[in-house]
Every structure is written in structure tokens, then in C-alpha cells.
Design a protein around this ligand. Sequence first.
Ligand SMILES: Cc1cc2nc3c(=O)[nH]c(=O)nc-3n(C[C@H](O)[C@H](O)[C@H](O)COP(=O)(O)OP(=O)(O)OC[C@H]3O[C@@H](n4cnc5c(N)ncnc54)[C@H](O)[C@@H]3O)c2cc1C
Length: 385
Amino acid sequence: MDFNLPEELRMLKDNLRRFVDTELIPIERETMEGNEIKPDIRVMLEDKAKALGLWMFDVPEEFGGLGLGALAKAVMWQEMSRTIALPSRGASLFGPRVSPILYYLNDEQKERYLYPTIRGEKTNCFAQTEPEAGGDPGGMHTTAVRDGDHYVINGHKRFITGAKDADFMQVVTATDREKGSRGGLTLFLVDKDTPGVTLLRQQEMMIGDRPWEILFEDVRVPVANRVGEEGDGMRAAQSWLTEGRLRHGARGIGVIERCLELATSYAKQRSTFGAKLAERQTVQNMLVDMYENMHMLRLMVHETAWRVDQGEDVRAASYMCKYFGDEKSFHAADRCMQIHGGMGLTTDLPIERFWRDQRSFIITEGPTEILKMALARLVLREYGD
Ligand SMILES: Cc1cc2nc3c(=O)[nH]c(=O)nc-3n(C[C@H](O)[C@H](O)[C@H](O)COP(=O)(O)OP(=O)(O)OC[C@H]3O[C@@H](n4cnc5c(N)ncnc54)[C@H](O)[C@@H]3O)c2cc1C
């Protein structure tokens, strides 16, 4: 068994690390406006990312990207998460953000939605959460009712990231509310300018994101915009969710590593009561906890990603990557903040941003408790009499 990254991937990782250290970290407090990279900074950084050969690393080769596998993508995500220069959700610096769902569209849908997304002509958002149904999408109230060669969508979505700028939305609806998540949900591609779609309001948050509430009133969507068969909605969304969970885990590695770098440097130079913080065992324990968690998370995420590349089903392992990564990286940001004392709370340092962002991830895209509930089903099936 070889735990080393393949040579080519190590080079890619080093390349990105240099980019993050030299181009992003020095300006990380100035790159963003809300949760968007400022347009002039985006153009400048995108040019550099292209020159370094990092452009569209997560787009499959057949669609013009680098076509990196899951392990390579995980390594890229972990490296780019060592800085707060980039948005924690939403648009990427390294090419268009292509939802994995779009690769599963039929040929005609790909022409209308996938290729324009890859060319940067269209952007999209994913709309599943509702006021009455978040972690449990099976309870959703938004319905899609067949009417000839159309479906009519009625409902209310909330917390939808990127809805304002999106040209189209991936909307999860209930086509059979009785069946719920077990074959009752269907995914549609809905052009945002379709009559009956209203952006109600943007939600203020403790983080940079400002997700939207959206109303759907008698929105007529052609059957040709249905993704897969009726009732396939959760299956379609699963590809997006599994990759998203791995991404959370990988992000956690990068965040913990940066917190470890910051906390260790500070503990080595700051003295109280005649000794460096780094000499206090209480502080050492905090650093060691971070180090241990980073190690466990890296093994977990890299192994899971490697299994994806072998074509294995990693759904259960991806639950662990998500909640373990989010929880432990939040803990690392919290301890890093504690070691820095008052300085940890300032916006001079990136710690408070890591702290807020990582806290939010423990809730979004599946709260820890719900993922553990899903994992418990597997544990109970596999172990005991
Ligand atoms: C900044 C931000 C961006 C977002 N972007 C999007 C987006 O783009 N698209 C989208 O569709 N959604 C998005 N969301 C929604 C997000 O994914 C949901 O908030 C999340 O899934 C949780 O749903 P909920 O808020 O309704 O909480 P609920 O499902 O109501 O759960 C509330 C709490 O109850 C507990 N809980 C729930 N079920 C159980 C259980 N079975 N056992 C034990 N405890 C339980 C958990 O602690 C959970 O945090 C976003 C949210 C935020 C805050």
C-alpha cells in the first residue's frame, strides 16, 4: 500500500500551494466584496491561474477541462482552502462552476445548459431547501404537476445561493408528495426569466453569503427540462451532494492546516508570564489536537476520493468526510482564535472568517446530525446480530 500521492499530483499540489502562498494569501483580506471576488481582482487572478495550467481542473476532459479525478480534485480543494481570498461557496476562480448534475443531462439539454455553462455564458443555482423542508427534502411542499407537454411548478424555496446572478436553476420539486424522497422528487432545469419566478428577498447572514428566497407561482416548464425520469430527483441530486461532501472534507484539511500554521507561529513568538505560549502544555494540546484531526481527515478524504476513482460507491464514507471535516475544521479555527487571544477576533487576521464559514458548514448541505442519522442506518445494518 502506497500512501504517497502520485508524482504528477504532487507537482500539481506544489504548484497550487505556491500560487496560494504568493498570489492569494498576501491579498486575502482585499479580494472579496460580500461573497464575490472583486471583478478586477478576478480577471487578474484568473489570468494567473490559466498561465499556471490550473484552469477548469474539475471539468472532464471530454468537455475541454483538465479532467482531474476525485483524488486530484480533493487535493486541489484542500490547497485552495488555506486562504480566505476565495469565496467559501459559489463561484470558483479556476473556471466556471459546473454542477456535476449537468454532466448527466441528455444531449439536447447539454446543448442548452451544460456547454453554455462551460463556456461561461450561463450560470446556475441549486434550489432544494424550503421554509418547511431543509435537511429533510422528502417533506418539501413545492410541487410540479404534469399538464400536457409541460409541468406547472408552485412553491417557495429559501437559502438559495447565487440565485440573483443565475440564468437557470436546478429546482427539486415533489411530483408525488406521498413518496417524498423515495421516488417522489423530480429535478427540473428552470430558466430564471420564466414567468412566475420571483426573487423575494436576500437573506442577511453572519457569513458573506446572501442566499435568496424564491417564489414559484404557476411556473410552466417544458417536459424537455426534466432531468431524468419523474421521481429520479434525489438520484440526480446525489451526484452533486456526494461530490459536495468530499469537497467539504477536503476544505477542512486546508483550513486546519492554515490554522495550525497561524497558531503555531503565534504561540512561538507570544510570551505571557515569562514563557512562550508554545511552551505551555495546554496550548501544545490544542496544536496537537489540530494536527491529529488534520491527519485523520486527510486519510479519510484521500481514501474516499481514491475509491471514487476506482468506481466504488462512497456515499456512506462521504457523510463522514463532510461532518468530520466541518466539525474538526471549525474546532481548529476556534482553538486558533483562542491561542491568538483578542487578535484572533480581529479582521486583521483570517481566523474569524474561517471560524464563521466553518461554523456555517456544520449546518448547510446536510447538518451533522442528519448525516450521522444516515450513517447510523448503515452501522446498524453492518454490525451486531
Ligand atoms: C449560507 C447558506 C447557503 C445555502 N445554500 C443553499 C443552496 O444553494 N441551495 C439549497 O437548496 N439550500 C441551501 N441552503 C440550505 C441548507 O442546505 C439548509 O439550511 C440545511 O440543509 C439545513 O436545513 P434547515 O435549515 O431547514 O434545517 P432543518 O432541516 O430544519 O434542521 C434544523 C436542525 O435540526 C437538527 N436536526 C434535523 N434533523 C435531525 C435529525 N433527524 N436528528 C437530529 N437532529 C436533527 C439539526 O441540528 C439541524 O441543524 C443554504 C443555507 C445557508 C445558510
